[in-house]
Ligand binder design. Sequence first.
Ligand SMILES: *[C@@H]1O[C@H](CO)[C@@H](O)[C@H](O)[C@H]1NC(C)=O
Ligand SMILES: *[C@@H]1O[C@H](CO)[C@@H](O)[C@H](O)[C@H]1NC(C)=O
Ligand SMILES: *[C@@H]1O[C@H](CO)[C@@H](O)[C@H](O)[C@H]1NC(C)=O
Ligand SMILES: *[C@@H]1O[C@H](CO)[C@@H](O)[C@H](O)[C@H]1NC(C)=O
Length: 474
Amino acid sequence: MISIIFGILLSALALFATSLFTLRNWVRSCKKKLNGSFEGTVNIAFFHPYCNAGGGGERVLWCAVRALQAKYDNIKIVIYTGDIDSSPNSILKKVQGTFNINVDEQNTSFVYLKRRMLVETKFYPYFTLLGQSLGSIILGLEALCKFPPDIYIDTTGYAFTLPLFRYIGGCKVGCYVHYPTISMDMLRRVQQREYCHNNQAYVVRNPFITWLKVIYYWLFAKLYSWVGQCSDTIMVNSTWTENHIRDLWGVPFKTHRVYPPCEVKNIKKLKRNENTDNILILSIGQFRPEKDHPLQLQAMYELRTILSRNEDLWNKVKLVIVGSCRNESDYERLKNMQDLAKHLSLENSVEFKVNVHFQDLLQLYQKAGIGIHTMWNEHFGIGVVECMAAGMIMVAHRSGGPLLDIIETSEGSQNGYLAVSAIEYANCILSIIYNSKELNDTIRNAARSSVERFSEEEFEVNFLRAVTPLFNES
Ligand SMILES: *[C@@H]1O[C@H](CO)[C@@H](O)[C@H](O)[C@H]1NC(C)=O
Ligand SMILES: *[C@@H]1O[C@H](CO)[C@@H](O)[C@H](O)[C@H]1NC(C)=O
Ligand SMILES: *[C@@H]1O[C@H](CO)[C@@H](O)[C@H](O)[C@H]1NC(C)=O
Ligand SMILES: *[C@@H]1O[C@H](CO)[C@@H](O)[C@H](O)[C@H]1NC(C)=O
């Protein structure tokens, strides 16, 4: 009996191996044929199933394409996309409109993928991680069969496609990681039976299911680590992601931190127009719970307590909280915040502005002298970068991206302030108000030049450096 099962397993394995081998040879013969007409051309393919979305991830993609086209003239860019309803022309128009990025149209082509639904979360109510990853392999296979490239770069975090293109497609492979698919934090949360969005109540209650889930996550992390190591070069978008990817993949010598391009150039051009009658503190962020707006109100409360003997100065301080509301729950939160402001008797010192127009926002950028950010453990903090570019002195939360990537507080290179508790925030604001003009200017200038690290130019230089190994003959 056992020998029969063993025999069946063995032949299934042999069949699988043979089909992989056949596929590999077929793909490589396709590649030879492709090569025939363009002598010496290197085909570079980007895997970006939602390339028409117009978000931060897409800015990375198009800046990368433009940088490669500017540097190399013997390349051809191909983008694997699932946007089957958008023509190449309309996609490139949108890129131009949204990001002001012009790519060489002659040199950019699209390979349309029909099976994008295989990577959508809603397709997998259970085993989402594994399901999406297997789905991405099938989608990758579709891409590989339609067009086998010489260099393959994944820019959306489908790491499971990397071994496919490397071993079956015979490509050099690279990836840009915005966010690790699994993290040790997730594993720990399941292990300690904490309730959260990816750990439902029935799992928390049942030790056996918890045990199974820990094993599932652990195996998945092992697999993720293996596929990640297949990459010839790895780019990560921040220190936070870098730390996680180093822990998981363990190949620090191939891992490069390449900050994504942010739109700082135009904000830096804004002229400052600070109103000397008031001391304007600006807070920008959606009215989401994690932004912790109540902490900003508490900081104001503390500031008033400290300034109780200097009413004139206190009356000049104004906090303007700018944010957008997406739906009912956001409006409710806003209402609660307004009530809290009243409760703390801050209604004359705090102003809420909802869904402001971009032009008005730019005016606030010019008028405000101080910026405040209170979210704990934000992965990056693009809002902080924009305020610094505009010339505000930032007081940000001492955690996550502001601490790791953005704000420097040591003397001589200070470009902002960090705080955790309401009292600390109040003290930081107070010391900015009492700063000498020289110190203010030094901090503002340091802040404005430090955000250059997040500019498009800096991204392009670092991206090109990180992908150089892909162009070397092996
Ligand atoms: C592509 O063509 C060039 C010149 O004909 C040749 O040297 C190169 O090996 C070919 N590449 C592949 C992948 O077949
Ligand atoms: C990196 O990507 C994550 C996920 O999209 C995002 O939350 C974070 O802000 C990004 N970091 C930077 C530096 O943009
Ligand atoms: C509002 O949107 C957030 C995030 O999309 C969601 O978590 C929340 O449930 C929504 N609330 C309502 C009332 O629709
Ligand atoms: C320093 O900057 C803060 C914030 O804009 C301002 O209130 C303060 O008056 C400035 N100090 C001087 C001496 O200009």
